[in-house]
Ligand binder design. Structure first.
Ligand SMILES: N[C@@H](CCC(=O)N[C@@H](CS)C(=O)NCC(=O)O)C(=O)O
Length: 262
């Protein structure tokens, strides 16, 4: 399959937290039929091929392809969908308060909670070797592009690999640094607590209407339960959050986007 020929698609990695945000956005906006769900094989490094880096220099998912134009980043996708399909369910993705809440969820690096350095003396030799290898693969691609550039003149993809390298190094720091793990774990628990407290007197994260903040909260909770801790831990002393979460799982959009009965 050639990604560059796609006209309308969601590039995603099934099961990853931001990909779930992307898929849920399509279902909540009722436009899931218009975009072909296209899995990017991250394990095989499909997200760092020149073709993908041309689409998204960050080498991340999700990316929405709309009429052949690429829109990376889940928040940008939400804002695009809210603007383009403004008659469909408004997610209030331009509202400052909604954005501020969404950013609280986005700031928690859940990858650290899953695969990060949980103990100061944890042996990270294997992970370091793996990260060094994936870094080298980026450099190899970049060098290939540089050689091509000399032959053909001008190549934006070579520069784009510098962006991907920055993302890679940031990811490596998040995974290998113990204080970073501690920081994100605290942020995660705090966010669960504050969300639980606000849900004691309202049905949704922002009050009595479903917004983009619910899409992030539900995706992060779902992912947390798959990868970080069982429901008994996530919901311990957080009964309002628990009730909210199971209400969200009952939504048809969530069932379909998260493939709950696949
Ligand atoms: N700010 C981005 C974050 C996207 C993101 O971190 N995606 C992860 C998957 S959940 C990814 O693509 N990671 C691959 C990598 O960085 O190598 C968004 O909101 O879409």
């Amino acid at each position: 399959m050639t990604l560059s020929t796609l006209r309308n698609a969601l590039l995603y990695n099934p099961g990853s937290v931001f990909s779930n945000v992307g898929a849920l956005l399509l279902w909540e906006k009722g436009v899931q039929q218009r975009y072909a769900l296209t899995a990017i094989d991250m394990k095989q490094g499909q997200n760092i091929t020149p073709e993908y880096i041309r689409i998204n220099p960050a080498g991340k998912v999700p990316v929405l392809i709309h009429d052949g134009r690429s829109i990376p980043d889940s928040l940008a996708i939400a804002q695009f969908l809210d603007t383009h399909y403004h008659h469909n369910n408004d997610l209030e993705s331009m509202d400052d308060k909604v954005i501020a809440t969404v950013e609280q969820w986005r700031r928690v690096r859940v990858l650290a909670l899953w695969m990060g350095k949980k103990h100061p003396d944890q042996d990270t030799t294997a992970l370091t070797a793996q990260l060094d290898q994936s870094r080298q693969r980026i450099l190899d691609y970049q060098q290939q592009q540089q050689q091509q550039q000399q032959q053909e003149g001008g190549n934006i993809v070579e520069k784009a690999y510098t962006t991907r390298l920055g993302m890679h190094d940031d990811r490596a720091r998040v995974l290998l640094d113990h204080p970073t793990y501690v920081h994100h774990e605290q942020q995660w628990r705090q966010l669960l607590d504050t969300t639980n407290a606000s849900l004691a007197h309202q049905a949704y994260v922002m009050g009595n209407r479903f917004t983009l903040a619910d899409i992030y909260a539900t995706s992060f909770l779902f992912w947390s339960i798959q990868k970080v801790a069982p429901p008994s831990t996530v919901f311990a002393h957080r009964q309002w959050l628990e009730q909210y979460y199971y209400r969200q799982l009952d939504r048809n959009s969530v069932k379909n986007a998260f493939c709950l009965s696949c």
